[in-house]
Design a protein around this ligand. Structure first.
Ligand code: NCD
Length: 314
């Protein structure tokens, strides 16, 4: 593989990446897609390196995707389970991470409900830190795998109209995608009830719509989001039935987008809440391709960070 320049020690958010960094990650991911089609799905790139999966929130796809990615690169992987950890005995996040670091891992992948926790780790940890979702803040590998999927299907990442629909307020997926598509110069429309799509988002360079028909009109990409119940989102509208009537994607609304439009969702999907079952399983839906591409993107990120131990910030 052609050696690319990637000067980051950590992947904390799309915010910290240049357009060239994003392109490097996507090109590297494209090269790794082939590995997953081989009979023996393994390359020795991270042999001898240790990756720790440190997940403090529930996750199916992201945790297993990082696990498969690390294993396909021949790294050793430890899955840290926060529900049976010493955090339950009162240990702080810092002491937990310092304890794990005393075992000399190279890369720590963290998901945490507190926004900014991956950034906090970089102030004392020697490993490379990857943000796998921090509270409402960012979920960079999700936006990158979404970008790879868009590029595969639409053959470009530029001059696109991206409509993001749903619980924008609580969504780190939305934030990372808004930042990425802003950097790519794409047009972004955000759709949802006013309580979940505050006008502040216009400051990020997006247009806000409370009418889904207007928001998705002429879109190349429609990205649906789950109502984040665990972050209290259900208190922001009267009932799920009303939410579905106004903001779910169905055939009729999807037909307002471009003919070539694709339908995305980071998962987990709530069928017949934000997405009609027919649409979720339709030809235009790329939901499972997103999951497949997640492995290649995470392989690329792990590979580019290389797991080199570096100086801490203090
Ligand atoms: C998202 C997340 O956790 O932020 N899921 C994911 O990573 N695939 C979105 C969600 O939970 O709704």
């Amino acid at each position: 593989m052609r050696e690319k320049t990637f000067k980051q020690n950590h992947l904390l958010g799309i915010e910290h990446l240049s357009v060239a960094d994003i392109e490097t990650i996507l090109e590297t991911a494209e090269a790794f897609i082939e590995v997953s089609t081989r009979e023996v799905k393994k390359v020795p790139a991270l042999k001898g390196k240790t990756v720790v999966n440190l997940f403090f929130e529930n996750s199916t796809r992201t945790r297993s995707s990082f696990e498969i990615a690390a294993k396909r690169l021949s790294a050793d992987l430890i899955n840290f389970n926060s529900s049976v950890s010493s955090l339950k005995k009162g240990e702080t996040l810092k002491d937990t991470v310092l304890t794990l670091e005393a075992m000399n891992p190279h890369i720590i992948v963290i998901r945490h409900s507190a926004s900014g926790s991956p950034h906090y780790l970089t102030t004392f940890a020697r490993s490379s830190i990857i943000n796998a979702g921090d509270g409402f803040h960012e979920h960079p590998t999700q936006a990158l795998l979404d970008a790879l999927t868009i590029q595969q299907r639409l053959k470009t990442l530029r001059k696109l109209k991206i409509a993001i629909v749903g619980d924008i307020l609580h969504s780190r997926v939305a934030r990372s995608n808004i930042i990425l598509h802003q950097k790519m110069g794409n047009e972004i429309s955000l759709v949802g009830p006013p309580s979940l799509v505050p006008l502040e988002f216009e400051k990020m360079g997006a247009s806000v719509y409370y009418d889904i028909r207007r928001g998705v009109k002429g879109a190349d990409v429609i990205m649906m989001l789950r109502v984040q119940e665990e972050r209290g989102a259900k208190n922001y509208f009267p009932s799920i039935r009303e939410y579905r009537n106004l903001f779910a994607i169905n055939r009729d609304i999807f037909s307002l987008a471009k003919k070539s439009a694709i339908l995305m969702h980071p998962g987990p999907i709530n069928r017949d809440v934000e997405i009609e079952t027919f649409m979720a399983d339709s030809r235009q839906s790329v939901i499972l391709e997103q999951v497949t591409n997640g492995i290649a993107v995470r392989m690329a990120v792990l590979y580019l960070l290389k797991g080199e131990i570096h100086e801490t910030l203090n």
